[in-house]
Design a protein around this ligand. Structure first.
Ligand SMILES: *Cc1c(COP(=O)(O)O)cnc(C)c1O
Length: 482
């Protein structure tokens, strides 16, 4: 069937009427924005009274009633559902009472950055398309490189989180080792028993399932033992295997233990291995001068994972990876397709697409830059120091409760403890205790098992967690254990 131009014009005029609904006028926009702002205002002012955790999630069934349909709904209806079925259930990551896992942040100016990024929709994957957006993201990467003592010509990427950062680092290390796939079963990867599981996941996704993973034993403080590491590497070398990467944790997720970075760097250098430091949790504590000793040698890493959505208090979806050798990360991730030929000559700046699996991507830079610039670094340093001290205060005080045993002295802002009942099974007792705390939900804690022992974890990472939350927690524990 042929279609003539006048028919086309007629149909277009109809379609245009409907498709223009996708571009709401100023009155509608102002109205929507006001409704969202009203929601945010009451959400934030209710935070201190609301729970950090709501186990009852029966209200999520209502989401099914909002399936996608031909006609639009009102924003008011959506916000009502959002409040009840989304914000009202599970862990509330905005609550200062959230001290489980590694809490995230949600600094407000990031929302404004996201708003702008979504409206103007700059194409931040490629320098040619959005030179300013890419320059800004690279400036943020440079700032992180300087913070970690990496040289000016190092590079990196703003990722969606620590897991993708670890993946980029592992893939880069794999390619830099220049080993053929048929020899992957000779590659050896060294991680500690306390490494984050995203490392094992990255190893598998990177096609390295056949590589040997050595779980380096820990010292009494749950840090990687460098003697054991050195012994394992030498043994593997003499057995004809190919040691190629060491992953150290700067702040384990479980207990905040910091592996001896500088000594591990010696070991990596001596044997010519890629040295990755997973500092997803601990990295930004580098902003505190008193942490200098713990970070000694981090500048000697080949790559570093950071997670601004943890210790820079930003919203989820904000990670970073730094790589010292630009060429290696570029070789693993750069690709130039025919339809991208116009972009080839604009090489003033490394494009995010050259150093990550992504092409089109969220312009994450704004959600970092807004809070960092609007607040300046000072309050970030203060909040980080506050978290360290709150954790130490909790650790000291919880130790005073009769029959409480504590784990290693916290190096960062995670403490573990358990109650030792007179004549009951300790693991079962503490399991019950954490269940009770979670059911109550005023504060949220999580648990872990280390060498068969069940521990309760307190992770002080949220910018909204202050002394009143810790005092509340201590009082609550005393009441439960009285
Ligand atoms: C949280 C964490 C990760 C994973 O980061 P995501 O942002 O959750 O993907 C990796 N390593 C460590 C040490 C972490 O604490």
């Amino acid at each position: 069937m042929t279609i003539n131009s006048s028919q086309i014009l007629e149909e277009l005029s109809e379609l245009e009427k409907s498709s223009k609904l996708l571009d709401p006028n100023q009155t509608t926009r102002a109205n929507w924005l006001q409704q969202v702002d009203d929601y945010v205002t009451s959400f934030l002012s209710d935070l201190p009274n609301n729970k950090a955790y709501n186990k009852d999630h029966s209200s999520i069934d209502a989401i099914e009633e909002f399936d996608i349909e031909e006609k639009g709904a009102s924003l008011n209806q959506l916000l009502t559902l959002y409040e009840k079925s989304i914000d009202g259930v599970g862990i509330n990551p905005a609550s200062g009472g959230h001290m489980g896992y590694i809490p995230g942040g949600g600094a407000y100016p990031s929302a404004l950055g996201d708003y702008l990024a979504a409206v103007s929709n700059r194409y931040a994957g490629i320098f040619y398309a959005a030179p300013g957006a890419v320059k800004l993201e690279n400036m943020l990467i440079k700032w992180m490189c300087r913070l970690m003592g990496f040289p000016e010509n190092a590079t990196g990427n703003l990722t969606s989180g620590g897991s993708i950062s670890n993946l980029i680092a592992i893939v880069t290390a794999r390619d830099a080792a220049k080993v053929k796939a048929k020899d992957f079963d000779k590659l050896v990867i060294y991680i500690s028993e306390q490494a984050h599981h995203s490392i094992q996941k990255a190893i598998r996704i990177a096609g390295l399932s056949e590589a040997v993973i050595r779980y380096v034993p820990l010292d009494s403080q749950l840090r990687m033992s460098v003697e054991e590491l050195a012994r394992m590497i030498s043994e593997d070398e003499s057995n004809g295997l190919i040691p190629f990467i060491i992953n150290a944790s700067l702040g384990t997720t479980n207990t905040g233990a910091i592996d001896p970075i500088n000594e591990i760097a010696d070991c990596a250098e001596k044997h010519g291995l890629w040295f990755h430091v997973d500092a997803a949790y601990g990295g930004f504590f580098k902003l505190l001068p008193e942490m200098e000793e713990a970070f000694k040698g981090i500048n000697r890493a080949s790559s570093i994972t950071l997670d601004p959505h943890k210790t820079l208090f930003l919203p989820f979806g904000t990670g970073a990876v730094l790589v010292k050798d630009v060429k290696s990360v570029y070789q693993s991730h750069h690709y130039l397709a025919d339809y991208m030929q116009d972009t080839a000559n604009a090489q003033e700046e490394i494009s995010p697409a050259d150093v990550s699996p992504e092409l089109t991507k969220h312009f994450r830079g704004l959600r970092l830059w807004f809070p960092l610039k609007l607040f300046g670094l000072e309050p970030f340093r203060a909040a980080l120091k506050e978290k360290l001290l709150l954790c130490r205060y909790f650790y000291n005080e919880v130790h005073q409760i009769p029959n409480i045993e504590v784990g290693p002295t916290p190096e960062l802002s995670v403490a573990i403890f358990r109650y030792l009942p007179e004549d009951l099974d300790a693991n079962k007792f503490n399991q019950k205790l954490i269940n009770e705390i979670q059911s109550d939900g005023k504060v949220f804690l999580s648990s872990t098992t280390i060498n068969g022992i069940f521990w309760i974890r307190v992770a002080v990472v949220l910018f909204r967690t202050h002394l009143n939350h810790i005092e509340y927690l201590l009082e609550d524990l005393k009441k439960r254990l009285a």
